[in-house]
Design a protein around this ligand. Structure first.
Ligand code: SF4
Ligand code: SF4
Length: 371
């Protein structure tokens, strides 16, 4: 097997458009980060001009702000609210339709559209780690998810190593960033005058071969390494350990759960933006003509009343139990299910919580009281 990770070259900044052209030529729709409605969201790229040149993101608990720094870099920002999750595990989709036939029999048809091959530009290391977890859940399950698997197979991932984490990021403490180490087709290190581009797959190699690459100098490699080290040093939040299973399960009656519940709105924002959360519900929607119905799947959350409804009663009727469920599962139960924590340190749940609840602070408070 060839080692695709060794294919590397330097792409001069003004040639970046050629990467988009090469991907389009291979049949990919390119999507990437764009500034919209005061946030950074993934959208179809018409060209390099759609990428967020000179944009930085300032984030804090309950705060996300787009700022312009007059620079020329395309990837000088920390993540927006979306991860790769909505592209694969879509917020709402039709699983099947049923129609009454001429003799009254029920005719089922599965919704199985052919997904558009999609290249995502600017993927961060934390989101690659989250993708690995989502793959475990949706593809490596006993019964793989058909829609997710089809979309995943047609995804081309262009990672960009993070050099400017937000105040809310803590991927270094979970071991999931800021540099991408696997799971990508291409990875870029952005420097002032261009990009060190490296392939991580055969498809990545094929795209690299279409680009006007130059040899990478020792100075360029040194700059990229220093930028990664700087991104680690910028992160000051952390979880109290890699495996919090025992800590959380031995503190189920800790008063901190009550304290956080007094602030939490049970809105579910944290689970929507979390790149690893995978809970959903299914529902049927009959057509008004009573001849057909659609069966939907849509995102659900630990924080909804219906999510813990079991035949006649709600298992988790209050916010204390719902918040506790979210954290004990994400940081504890996942170790039993998937062999690691369900948190990749992206910090989204901190930025997008309307009341600024900070997962690192909440777990830290329980850990501090237990030592
Ligand atoms: S729990 Fe929060 S910080 Fe961890 S992966 Fe989910 S959104 Fe990111
Ligand atoms: S922790 Fe924040 S984002 Fe999550 S449900 Fe509570 S208020 Fe909403």
């Amino acid at each position: 097997m060839p080692d695709h990770s060794v294919a590397t070259g330097f792409l001069v900044g003004h040639d970046f458009a050629q990467l988009l052209s090469a991907l389009a030529g291979q049949g990919y729709r390119c999507i990437g980060p764009t500034v919209r409605d005061g946030a950074l969201v993934y959208d179809t790229l018409g060209g390099v001009e759609d990428l967020p040149t000179g944009v930085q993101i300032s984030q804090g608990p309950g705060r996300f702000q787009v700022e312009f720094n007059q620079g020329t870099r395309l990837f000088d920002w920390a993540n927006g609210p979306q991860a790769l999750k909505p592209l694969l595990f879509t917020p709402r989709e039709i699983l099947w339709e049923v129609r009454r036939g001429a003799d009254g029999e029920l005719l089922f048809s599965q919704q199985d559209p052919e997904p558009v091959p999609t290249a995502v530009i600017g993927v961060r290391a934390c989101d690659l780690a989250a993708l690995r977890l989502q793959d475990r859940h949706f593809i490596e399950a006993d019964v793989p998810d058909v829609g997710y698997t089809a979309r995943r197979r047609r995804l081309f991932l262009v990672a960009v190593n993070c050099t400017r984490p937000a105040d809310t990021c803590f991927c270094a403490s979970t071991g999931d960033g800021p540099a991408a180490t696997r799971g990508y087709d291409l990875v870029l290190d952005e420097l002032d005058d261009g990009f060190i581009a490296s392939a991580g797959s055969k498809r990545g190699n094929e795209v690299l071969a279409l680009l006007p690459l130059q040899p990478v100098s020792a100075e360029q490699r040194q700059s990229a390494a220093e930028a990664t080290e700087g991104a680690v040093a910028m992160q000051h939040r952390q979880l109290p350990g890699p495996n919090l299973r025992d800590l959380l399960f031995t503190n189920l009656d800790h008063p901190r759960w009550e304290a956080v519940a007094a602030r939490c709105l049970s809105c579910g924002n944290c689970t929507s933006v979390c790149p690893t959360c995978f809970c959903y519900r299914e529902l049927d929607q009959p057509a008004l003509d009573r001849e057909s119905a659609r069966h939907y799947r849509e995102w659900d959350s630990c924080f909804t009343q219906g999510h813990s409804y079991i035949h006649g009663f709600v298992v988790r009727p209050d916010t204390r139990l719902r918040y506790r469920q979210w954290l004990t599962h994400k940081l504890g139960g996942w170790h039993d299910q998937y062999g690691r924590s369900g948190c990749v340190g992206c910090g989204r749940c901190i930025s997008w919580c309307p009341v600024g609840i900070d997962i690192t602070e909440e777990v830290g408070a329980i850990a501090a009281a237990s030592t």
